[in-house]
Write a protein that binds this ligand. Structure first.
Ligand code: PMP
Length: 399
């Protein structure tokens, strides 16, 4: 699907054509996104919001158009609810600090799940240490699904926030976030969704989901690095204090004190990544031009095709048979995942190995790590066939 838009896929790695199956770490960029960055620096680079001159106005217009495009892309009510950040990690740290300052007190509880990325654990641990609050996690059942009965039992008057991944970056499994949101909202508890691995693979609509916050990264969504999003419902963002001080986020600064800018600028201190936001808009345009229906069907077919072949080869696939969003983790017997990854790399196949920044989940599975293959819209069955052939050769070398 649209492979020719991704020039990097023609690169040779160890004298073989690259087979790129590390999309959960970062995706490759289509030519329009690369062109948007070149166009920005060639034609309209200028600092935004503060300038009366032409270029500054053009740059400002691009940045604000990008905000509208991102709002539309995730179905937000208004572009004021889109805060541009550096990425998912930055968004979660911003939320943990801001929400924590305003709403977390000693003894309060924050709930995440047992399969989170470190980005959705550590900022909450830091907040809990500052505020003497408690971080709890939804346990996993033996099949690595969330124990929803346990979750329902964990919610109490002490619970002040729930923050969970929509799609596991290790297993690829899709979490029951609709049910999580309903259960939390029944107790007026806000919910943050880590969409780092879902927004690039499926249509996510914040109003349909009714989540209070959604975070994601541009670079996994065919956009550039250094740009991401913190979506928040207006009623929350209005109440929350800024997490950083500086230019842009202020209304007036006096020695006696400072008043803050309106939404969303209150949360965007300093010069924002206006080239990144424009390139991210270009990435969302690119996805829209293909359409979610086609992308989802294509990636589902590839994932199922690949998983079946891994099972046929006798590999241990984690969360086998469960519906996945473009990510599969496996191991080859007792072989260390790093060895499998190295042998695949020597054959031009890029996969990721290790704990995938989700050590608590890897500990629960009880392995040193996994090998992870992850798909993007440009991958095809030939990539899976090349990967499986390379894996067979690796298996032969290892046996
Ligand atoms: N959450 C999840 C589920 C992820 O997969 C990742 C990236 N691996 C992150 C958070 C962190 O994203 P970033 O490094 O772009 O901030």
């Amino acid at each position: 699907m649209n492979r020719e838009d991704f020039a990097i896929l023609k690169e040779q790695v160890h004298e073989r054509e690259l087979v790129y199956l590390d999309n959960a770490a970062t995706s490759q960029k289509p030519q329009p996104v690369i062109d948007a960055i070149v166009e920005a620096y060639t034609h309209w680079n200028s600092n935004i919001h503060r300038g009366v001159h032409h270029l500054s106005q053009v740059a400002t217009q691009h940045h604000e158009d990008a905000r509208k495009a991102v709002a539309n892309f995730i179905g937000a009510k208004s572009s004021d609810e889109i805060v541009f950040t550096k990425g998912t990690t930055d968004s979660l740290n911003a939320l943990a600090f801001s929400y924590g300052e305003a709403y977390i007190y000693e003894g309060d509880e924050i709930i995440v799940s047992g399969l989170e990325h470190h980005s959705n654990i550590v900022p909450w641990q830091m907040l809990c240490a500052r505020k003497k609050a408690v971080l709890r996690h939804i346990p996993l059942r033996a099949d690595l699904t969330l124990d929803m009965e346990a979750f329902a039992g964990m919610l109490s008057d002490k619970t002040k926030l729930v923050s969970v991944a929509h799609v596991s970056n290790v297993l690829g499994t899709i979490q029951p976030i609709e049910e999580i949101i309903q259960l939390a909202h029944a107790r007026n508890i806000p919910v943050c969704i880590d969409g780092a691995q879902s927004v690039p693979h499926m249509q996510v609509n914040v109003q349909t989901l009714d989540c209070d916050f959604l975070v994601f990264s541009g670079h996994k969504l065919y956009g550039p690095t250094g740009i991401g999003v913190l979506y928040g419902k207006r009623e929350w963002l209005e109440k929350l204090p800024p997490h950083e001080g500086g230019g842009e986020m202020i209304e007036h600064v006096r020695w006696e004190g400072t008043t803050y800018n309106e939404l969303p600028y209150k949360f965007e201190a300093g010069t924002p990544n206006f080239v990144g936001s424009w390139a991210l808009k270009t990435a969302t345009d690119y996805i829209n031009s293909i359409g979610w229906e086609a992308i989802e069907a294509h990636e589902r077919e590839l994932t199922e095709y690949c998983e079946q072949q891994l099972l046929d080869l006798g590999c241990t696939v984690y969360a086998a048979g469960q519906s996945k969003a473009g990510v599969i983790s496996f191991n080859v017997g007792e072989v260390h995942p790093f060895d499998v990854g190295t042998l695949l790399d020597q054959q031009g196949v890029a996969v990721r190995t290790g704990h995938h920044c989700a050590e608590p989940l890897i500990d629960t599975i009880g392995v040193p790590g996994t090998v992870r293959v992850s798909f993007g819209l440009y991958n095809d069955k030939a990539d899976v066939d090349a990967f499986i052939a390379a894996l067979k050769r690796a298996q032969m070398m290892l046996s």
